[in-house]
Design a protein around this ligand. Structure first.
Ligand code: GDD
Ligand code: MG
Length: 324
């Protein structure tokens, strides 16, 4: 089976970091969020096709430099084609059925089991669903017997949400669904294709444990916490020479002697956290510097950002090269 991962979109809700780094390459618990999504795929997947657009060259370079157990190919769109158009654009040579994954969902999900459920139900599609308190920002499913999806509304008004079970962004489809997507223009899979597919049999696959769409700074940090707590952020602890609790995940050499770390921190390559500085619940990207006695909490620091000595940064997103 092959897998398509949707890797377009501008990451607007994560600006200004996403002016420099596409959302999918932002590190979360020690690796780019895209790789946490890829980790969910069964070992026997034949090929992963990344449907890219914004900053496609950076994503292509990263996956070439960081190969995984299945071949990964990128196919870039000249213009954003949306979730349906992006899928249609890479349709040539897809398997029947195929996986379709969003690239920003950080979750616990057994996709091998989902594939077995898909085959057993015999519909055209199976969509992982997760129960949330507020379904408004998502696609929301109405469920019938055997968890057949009998209604689907993308980003409904709160009063129109048919349930609290939302599209988790992890699904399996038969090739015939590609016929429901017009070619050559932007198409929303959720808004334009889904409603018509329901009559052919689309089933829900309920996820338990945890799920997060890492599309905003708050949610990316919440997702990082979930991944660390699920031991998907490496061995834990703090880097040599540092103090505190961690867990801290490092992505390359760092200089952190005399620094203190609280819980849930990712440090990119060549990050410096000076003596007396403290970092907690944050993502500090490649080449950033946190000077002595500074304190960083609940923040995402873009590449080569600098927090000056003694300064406090809390709940902020710093652009590439920014100073605070
Ligand atoms: N190739 C391509 N082209 N990919 C795109 C494009 C595009 O024009 N636009 C968005 N994507 C990718 C994003 O990178 C992301 O992985 C996925 O498609 C979904 O886009 P988002 O912008 O993150 O959508 P959302 O979070 O508002 O809603 C979607 O995800 C929710 C779950 O996280 C929908 O699928 C909802 O139904 C769902 O509940
Ligand atoms: Mg999203």
């Amino acid at each position: 089976m092959k897998a398509v991962v949707l890797v377009g979109g501008f990451g607007t809700r994560l600006r200004p970091v996403t002016y420099a780094v596409p959302k999918q390459l932002i590190p979360v618990a020690g690796q780019p969020m895209l790789y946490h999504v890829l980790d969910l795929l069964p070992d026997d997947v034949e090929e992963v096709v990344l449907a890219t657009g914004y900053k496609a060259d950076l994503i292509d370079a990263y996956v070439r430099a960081h190969p995984r157990r299945w071949p990964i190919r990128t196919v870039a769109e000249a213009e954003p084609l949306g979730t349906g158009g992006g899928l249609k654009h890479v349709a040539a040579g897809l398997s029947d059925p195929f996986f379709l994954l969003n690239s920003d969902v950080l979750a616990s999900a057994d996709l091998t089991e989902m594939r077995a459920v898909h085959v057993a139900r015999g519909g055209v599609g199976t969509m992982a669903l997760f129960e949330v308190d507020d379904p408004q920002p998502y696609g929301v499913a109405a469920l019938g017997p055997q968890d057949r999806i009998i209604g689907f509304v993308e980003k409904p008004d709160p009063k129109d949400a048919p349930s609290r079970w939302i599209n988790a962004g992890l699904s399996i489809w038969q090739r015939e669904v590609l016929d429901a997507i017009p070619g050559g223009r932007a198409v929303s899979f959720e808004r334009e294709a889904m409603p018509g597919l329901l009559a052919k049999g689309v089933y829900g696959f309920r996820l338990a444990r945890y799920w997060e769409d890492a599309g905003t700074p708050e949610r990316i940090l919440r997702a990082q916490q979930l991944l660390f707590d699920d031991h998907r952020g490496g061995p834990g602890g703090v880097p040599a020479g540092a103090r505190g609790t961690g867990p801290v995940a490092t992505m390359g050499p760092v200089s952190v002697g005399g620094a203190t770390f609280g819980k849930y921190v990712t440090l990119g390559t060549d990050v410096t956290v000076a003596a007396g500085a403290e970092v907690e619940n944050s993502i500090v990207m490649d080449g950033s510097v946190v000077e002595r006695d500074a304190r960083v909490t609940g923040s995402v620091l873009g590449p080569r950002a600098r927090v000056r000595a003694g300064h406090r940064v809390s709940g902020q997103v710093l652009a590439e090269g920014a100073e605070a």
